[in-house]
Design a protein around this ligand. Structure first.
Ligand SMILES: Cc1cc2nc3c(=O)[nH]c(=O)nc-3n(C[C@H](O)[C@H](O)[C@H](O)COP(=O)(O)OP(=O)(O)OC[C@H]3O[C@@H](n4cnc5c(N)ncnc54)[C@H](O)[C@@H]3O)c2cc1C
Length: 519
């Protein structure tokens, strides 16, 4: 991807217009854009910040049917998600993994309940099952999870789900869109709609945040895929729109792997206040979370509440022999769930359905809200199908179920580089040709200088944060180490992107300020 070329595409289509304009560059918007591009529609996506800056880089990183939704009786949601889980693992094997989970059980009733429940989960997955669930006795559970507290433990139920790298998946979707002829632009904020004399939307006005230039972009169809921000876009269309989103904050903390010492994840199905808590190995660390806190404030940088951090650490400490404290936390991250709310029926957020909603406004704005990362492809397919059904665009067939993001990278020396998919070999070649580029950006982080150069040349990062938080996951793995790597990375970026010292220092200062939210 090259940002200048993408902006030139935007200018080239200024008069002829686009078939589809997508607002929002998270999982939903990128999924919709890829679905549209691969069906053959002229498509542009506009993201006000970086791709996956909001909720889509702050998930639990599970590609799952949702054991919890099964307990809530939402069988259709679980069945759909399990099918999508299978498709995502097949199409993006370089960014996903089959993860084993153990549910520790403390009563014989729970042994029965979770064994039966997970057998049903296996059954719903059918051919796409990632492995059968089964009961482990106490001794075997403790050998699988050596740091699990043994008191009162009856055993564990093993089951399988998928795991992934959320923001790398988002960047991969963006790259695939461009490769297939689409245009995706980060740091492009949509500020208003253009309407014809009948009040129908015919395009948007958007601002390139990097240059300050304003653009008028015409299109047959505008899709609102802005997650928790969806109501702001609805109000641009009709100031009297009722609230349709009920944001709920979820927090995770990232700990050193010594707190789990296992390749199996732990799933606690019911904490003190009825939530689910996971402790999942991820890139050599452990991600622990999450919470479910209703909030009214919608922002790109949500901040964990003290009580949320305390709850996660306290609950983890109840199950683990090595109890984590605040000083052990490598990173704290918070995300906002775009739950589709029913304004007539206020409910506790953990009971609100995770199902997505598609709606078409009288002016022709098509909105897709709610849902989950796992189901992004299916949500995208339904959204474009809805536009076809409404007669806005001509019929074309969806092809994403068999769209592979990956080609064989067997020849790679470094297994870790496979996250770059088909391009991983290019990074390895850079290191072979110039061995100093194989040095790490910080000894506590796995990323090399070559990766930073390659990212700058191919993945349109505009800020230091884009590289450290979403192109690499340095911020999430170890926020302090990422802060210390900041100057090295900013220097490479300035050189690659053609900026001076002043830009470099500003990036470092902005990044250091951001750390308040993650430490
Ligand atoms: C704590 C937590 C854990 C989760 N865990 C999982 C999980 O393990 N597995 C799973 O499947 N799902 C999970 N989810 C759900 C999943 O992360 C979300 O459903 C998904 O990321 C939502 O994507 P989105 O694109 O709809 O929203 P977002 O990622 O928020 O994207 C919306 C984008 O729209 C942009 N935007 C807003 N206004 C404008 C504008 N005016 N112009 C241009 N752009 C604009 C925003 O900047 C933003 O980037 C989790 C969610 C949370 C909060």
């Amino acid at each position: 991807m090259d940002r200048n070329t993408l902006i030139q595409n935007l200018k080239d289509y200024q008069t002829s217009g686009w078939d589809i304009i997508v607002i929002g560059g998270g999982a939903t918007g990128l999924g919709v854009a890829l679905d549209a591009v691969t069906r053959g529609y002229k498509t542009i996506l506009l993201e006000q910040s970086d791709f996956a800056k909001a909720t889509s880089s702050r998930s639990t990183k599970l590609v799952h049917g949702g054991v919890r939704y099964l307990a809530q009786g939402d069988i259709l949601l679980v069945t759909e998600a399990l099918r999508e889980r299978g498709i995502m693992l097949k199409n993006a094997p370089h960014l996903t993994a089959n993860q084993e989970f153990v549910i520790p059980v403390y009563t014989y009733w729970d042994v029965f309940l979770y064994t039966v429940g997970l057998k049903f989960y296996d059954l719903l997955a059918g051919r796409l099952s990632l492995g059968k669930s089964y009961f482990l006795n106490r001794t075997r559970t403790l050998s699988r999870l050596p740091l699990l507290k043994p008191e009162g433990l009856k055993g564990g139920i093993v089951y399988h789900d998928g795991q992934f790298d959320d923001s790398r998946m988002a960047i991969t979707l963006a790259l695939a869109c461009v490769e297939k002829g689409g245009t995706v632009l980060n740091y492009f904020k949509v500020n208003s709609f253009i309407k014809d004399e009948k009040g129908k939307i015919t395009g948007v006005r958007a601002k390139d945040i990097e240059s300050g230039t304003e653009y008028t972009i015409q299109g047959k169809l505008v899709i609102n895929a802005t997650g928790v921000f969806a109501d702001q876009i609805h109000r641009m269309d009709d100031p009297l729109t009722r609230q349709s989103i009920r944001p709920s904050q979820g927090v995770h903390v990232v700990l050193d792997s010594s707190f789990l010492q296992s390749s199996s994840a732990i799933m606690i199905p019911k904490t003190d206040d009825g939530r689910v808590l996971f402790a999942i190995p991820w890139y050599g660390k452990v991600v622990v979370g999450t919470t479910d806190t209703p909030l009214n404030d919608i922002t790109l940088e949500p901040k964990a509440l003290d009580e949320e951090i305390d709850f996660i650490l306290r609950t983890a400490g109840r199950y683990l022999t090595k109890s984590p404290g605040r000083e052990d936390v490598n990173c704290i991250f918070a995300g906002l769930r775009p739950l589709a709310a029913n304004p007539d029926k206020p409910e506790a957020t953990k009971e609100v359905s995770r199902r997505h909603k598609i709606s078409l406004s009288p002016s022709g704005l098509l909105s897709i809200i709610g849902g989950k990362w796992t189901s992004y492809r299916r949500m995208a397919e339904e959204t474009i199908d809805r536009a076809i059904k409404s007669g806005i665009i001509e019929r074309k067939k969806c092809v994403t179920a068999n769209f592979s993001f990956y080609s064989d990278n067997k020849k790679l020396k470094s297994e870790r580089l496979k996250i770059y998919g088909t391009k991983a070999g290019e990074i390895e070649k850079m290191i072979i040709e110039q061995p100093p580029l194989g040095e790490l950006i910080d000894k506590r982080l796995p990323y090399t200088l070559a990766e930073i150069i390659w990212i700058c040349r191919n993945e349109i990062p505009c800020s230091l944060e884009d590289v450290l938080a979403r192109r690499t996951r340095a911020l999430f793995l170890d926020a302090r180490a990422s802060r210390e790597a900041g100057p090295v990375v900013a220097e490479i970026m300035a050189k690659e992107l053609g900026y001076g010292k002043e830009w470099q220092y500003r990036q470092i200062a902005d990044y250091n300020r951001l750390m308040d939210n993650y430490l």
